[in-house]
Write a protein of this length. Sequence first.
Length: 284
Amino acid sequence: MLLLVTELVLRARRTTALFERDAVLLDRRGNRLRIPLAAIETVRTGGGSRRRVIGIVLTSAGATPVVHTLSPPSTTAATAFADAVNAALPVRDAAEPRADRATLVTTVPVPPRTERKDRWTTSRERRVQWAFGALFALGTALAAATGEWTLVLLWVTSYAPFLVGCALTHIVYRATVDWWLLRRRVLAVYKDSDYVGDVLIKTYSFADVAGSERTFSGSGRLMGTDPERIEVTYDPCAPKRMTTRDGPAVRTLSVLAYVLLGLPVTAATAAYPPVSLIILLSAL
């Protein structure tokens, strides 16, 4: 039987199933499982009052087969996906002895993709832009109302450094969040390498607190060789958020820059709008 569907995607909460001719790919929490059709006994549907549950049942010689489940929100899409995969499965006799095929399931790298910004992020950035524009217009109007063009020139020329201070404040905020959240330290072991353009990117793997394998792509200070190991810090509540841990000298310089430059710039940036507006209002 010739199957005309060459690619079918089924999205569920935290899981995406991709049917590609001879295999089903399951993307879940940053990992991708490749389940060849030869390892699938059937794809069944059913259960749930609000969502259609799909179970990918692997061929097994025992009484309890391995089942990979996902709960897509659309009943129609779930049924279409199950029917498409079942139609592509190799024909087996019901009385034919079964063998365990779970060993055919492999973990493969998830291909990089450029994700579009969600609407919430876009709308938040738009609100920030409107807020900066409204503040600039308000200050300009107040300065012009005083009749002192020196104040207008001072406000306009000082607004650009204020925006630079806001950018530095954002960097300070991100650094603070990273230091607070990325508190779990682990040793990541070298796994493989690949070229992105002309740049060699190394991939390291480690086990998180739940025992799941995580990968980190990049470089860091070597903590050992044979096998090569680097130290990685990550957020236990969101293991995808991770970074490499720098050496003592780099960490010391980062703290000094944070204390001597970052915090004063943040304080001056926060004080600029109220102080400037008070001065302009007092000049009216």
